[in-house]
Ligand binder design. Structure first.
Ligand SMILES: Nc1ncnc2c1ncn2[C@@H]1O[C@H](COP(=O)(O)OP(=O)(O)OP(=O)(O)O)[C@@H](O)[C@H]1O
Length: 297
């Protein structure tokens, strides 16, 4: 047998395992049915990192919640490994923006709860202990394992939320603006950790973000959504930047800036949704706002 081993397939070479086909959803409202998302088609490969970006209220969380099984599509459907998603399941872990830790449990116990729910008796007590320790190590939170959520910072809580999600060994990690509430430095730190962890574990990730730089830095593909109602996919951008990625090196790369501009053009020219600043045309106002924060309104 040849001693040469075949290199592991990259995310773009793997086959799709998550498929949203013709997905749409109508919510009942007192004014009648409201169509939030319509005809949303996307195939995601195992290990791919996909970001959803679009203006506020366009339907990003609604799409994510349908993949999580928290909302049921009223048209089309979501398939994971060929099986229709109809309810939440441990193979799809969700990380929300406002760290949803249980305040009366310690960091360790919060992760333990998820581990016990997923693995039940399949892991011995020692295995459970080691597994929790391992996942807290991944996010560098072992030092605070006995603290309760109100004794740690927002960034730390978010780390624990990620550890809890990873400890469920999900095939798909669903992240709804996971770093949105954090200061810029903490966010950068967690983005770097997430890239390392994902490279190690190979989970598929779908992440909602309002941050254009974050989307380009982390993603294999950026899915840009049209404005609602009846929102759908406007454009999909393949981000072919080599991994591992370093934010400092990327900042000087023309390709990085081209990807960034493509997203900004989509949001502020093709799907413009910004009220003009006083006395300024809408487009100029949008560019100034974007330059301020690189974040989508
Ligand atoms: N349960 C619901 N009932 C009625 N309308 C809903 C419901 N959930 C969401 N919507 C509507 O669907 C649309 C999409 O909402 P969604 O939260 O998915 O947007 P989003 O892009 O995630 O917004 P943001 O970026 O501000 O978080 C909005 O108009 C929202 O008001």
């Amino acid at each position: 047998m040849s001693s040469q081993t075949k290199p592991a397939p990259t995310a773009t070479e793997r086959k799709p395992h998550l498929e949203l086909s013709g997905v749409g959803i109508e919510f009942p409202t007192p004014q009648g049915p409201f169509c939030a998302v319509q005809n949303f088609n996307l195939k995601i490969r195992e290990g791919e990192f996909v970001s959803l970006i679009g203006h506020s209220g366009c339907g990003k969380s609604t799409v994510l919640n349908m993949v999580a099984g928290l909302h049921c599509a009223t048209q089309g459907g979501v398939l994971l490994n060929g099986k229709e998603v109809t309810d939440p399941g441990p193979e799809r872990a969700v990380v929300f923006q406002n760290h949803s830790l249980l305040p009366w449990l310690t960091v360790y116990q919060n992760v333990e709860l998820a581990v016990r729910q997923v693995f039940g008796r399949r892991k011995s007590r020692r295995e459970v202990r080691e597994w929790i320790q391992h996942n807290l190590e991944l996010v560098q939170m072992t030092h605070a394992r006995d603290k309760r959520p109100d004794e740690i910072s927002g960034g730390m809580k978010q780390r624990v939320g990620i550890a809890r999600a990873l400890a469920m060994e999900p095939q798909v990690l669903l992240m709804d603006e996971p770093f949105g509430a954090l200061d810029a430095l903490t966010r950068a730190h967690l983005q770097d950790s997430l890239m390392e962890i994902q490279a190690d574990l190979g989970n598929t990730v779908i992440m909602i973000t309002h941050d254009v730089d974050e989307a380009v830095l982390l993603s294999d593909r950026i899915v840009m959504m049209t404005n609602g109602p009846a929102a759908s996919i406007g454009e999909v951008l393949d981000v072919n930047l080599e991994r591992p990625r370093s934010r400092l090196e990327l900042a000087d790369q023309p390709e990085y800036n081209q990807y960034r501009s493509a997203v900004l053009r989509f949001l502020y020219e093709k799907q413009q949704k910004v009220e003009p600043l006083k006395g300024k045309p809408a487009k100029q106002a949008a560019v100034e706002e974007t330059d301020d924060a690189h974040r989508v309104a």
